[in-house]
Design a protein around this ligand. Structure first.
Ligand SMILES: [Zn+2]
Length: 421
């Protein structure tokens, strides 16, 4: 692990600043040109696009990526080889091992088949530098204890450890009560975890089971809902909960000091496929990824743009929020066509009904809705009424709504609004 490289990347990200949007875009074009030249030379899949503009490259998705895995990657690793290696690492929980000096991860697919992703060692170092640059409150010379909760370990994250920066890894597959107890003993200056784990820790704080005072709390991996964010802020006594919007395809956005998510347009070029005047599906081209090029890769996510500029003054696109996955848009029967309803509107049926803390709303394959929440009959009626209003306003036929006890499988990502397919 090269500390010099981390430091260099750290400085680059910390102090690379674009005073105008034009300067940022000019920088992107320069990086794109260089990167596309590399990709068309090294990747068999992209060879035939040599000399072409980005617009000429095909838009791909996870399916196409996995089908052409062997030809797309530039390091001669086959899909079977990568999958076998990654599955084995998950099973034995030995995440330090590398295949041909490449870190292989398994992406937890929801709707699609599982996928593998490749990250080179140098890229790992870049990533570490990026995390340090974005979130260390006192820069790299401060002393920090970082508590990192994650679904499965990966040596991506452990690589950040150094003399004055200590990384404590908490496996969320393990007993969470024990994890929280350990966290209470060790403390943390920076706490990184997915919202579901942050909520559990917030509860432990509220119940005075632990007493920790992290200066920075960073939410990762799952969508952080506004009302959960409020709860976490309150329990930790913080003004801002930071977020990293990240997927196996890269780190796409991170919060600024004001708590606004900005796209990382200095690493990733993002084309926006608008679905209304505010929401878009991102198509990403990552000009730092070399082992597994990510070129015009269409994500399954819906992002909502922020209409007013962020007070921080950044020229990077600001987001209002991450709406959720495109697959989680609910589909209802309209008069003569399907009516699509964004997760945000489904969520509001709960929010408008009253103060409901824990809930999940799932649209089943048959189109019916199951609401998992521990609420009384009066509240259930209110929720149903909200759905009736939604159906009237949008002219769709309201399916059956059933209530169940609140449950959630911690081995999966917590999603408040989900459509099964
Ligand atoms: Zn900002």
């Amino acid at each position: 692990m090269s500390k010099l490289k981390i430091l260099f990347t750290y400085l680059k990200f910390r102090y690379r600043h674009f005073p105008t949007r034009e300067k940022l875009e000019a920088y992107q074009q320069k990086k794109l040109k260089k990167h596309l030249a590399f990709v068309t030379e090294k990747s068999e899949f992209y060879q035939k696009y040599a000399g072409h503009e980005l617009n000429d490259f095909p838009i791909i998705d996870k399916g196409i990526m996995m089908d052409n895995f062997d030809k797309i990657n530039t390091v001669g690793i086959s899909k079977d080889e990568a999958l076998e290696f990654a599955v084995n690492a998950e099973r034995t929980r030995e995440f330090d091992s590398k295949l041909k000096n490449i870190t292989v991860g398994l992406s937890s697919g929801t709707s699609h088949s599982r996928g593998a992703f490749l990250v080179e060692k140098t890229e790992t170092e870049k990533w570490a530098g990026f995390v340090l640059a974005k979130f260390l409150p006192h820069g790299i010379l401060g002393t920090y204890r970082v508590a990192f909760f994650m679904r499965a370990n990966s040596n991506l994250y452990e690589s950040v450890g150094s003399k004055n920066i200590q990384f404590e890894f908490y496996d969320i597959y393990a007993d969470m009560d024990k994890n929280i107890e350990k966290l209470g003993k060790l403390g943390a200056d920076i706490l990184v975890a997915q919202p579901s784990a942050l909520l559990m820790i917030a509860n432990a704080l509220d119940e005075k089971k632990i007493d920790i005072h992290p200066e920075t709390v960073i939410s990762i991996a799952e969508v952080l809902e506004k009302e959960d964010e409020q709860r976490i802020k309150k329990s930790f006594g913080l003004e801002v909960i930071h977020q990293v919007y990240q997927c196996t395809e890269g780190c796409l956005a991170a919060t600024c000091k004001c708590g606004t998510l900005h796209l990382n347009e200095d690493i990733v070029f993002i084309e926006k496929e608008y679905i209304d005047d505010q929401r878009f599906v991102p198509i990403i081209t990552d000009f730092e990824r070399t082992s597994q090029p990510i070129i015009r890769y269409r994500l399954n996510d819906i992002l909502a743009e922020r209409k007013i500029p962020c007070p921080c003054g950044s020229v990077h696109t600001a987001l209002e929020k991450i709406e959720g996955r495109e697959d989680d848009v609910f589909i209802f029967n309209g008069k003569d066509k399907d009516i699509k309803i964004f997760p945000d509107f489904i969520r509001r049926c709960i929010l408008f009904a009253g103060n409901i803390r824990d809930y999940r709303i799932v649209q089943q394959i048959d189109g019916n809705i199951v609401i998992y929440s521990d609420i009384d009959d009066k509240m259930k009626d209110k929720v149903v009424n909200e759905f009736k209003k939604l159906a009237e306003d949008n002219h769709f036929e309201l399916p059956e709504i059933r209530f169940e006890k609140y449950t959630y499988d911690k081995n999966r990502k917590l999603k408040r609004v989900e459509r099964l397919i």
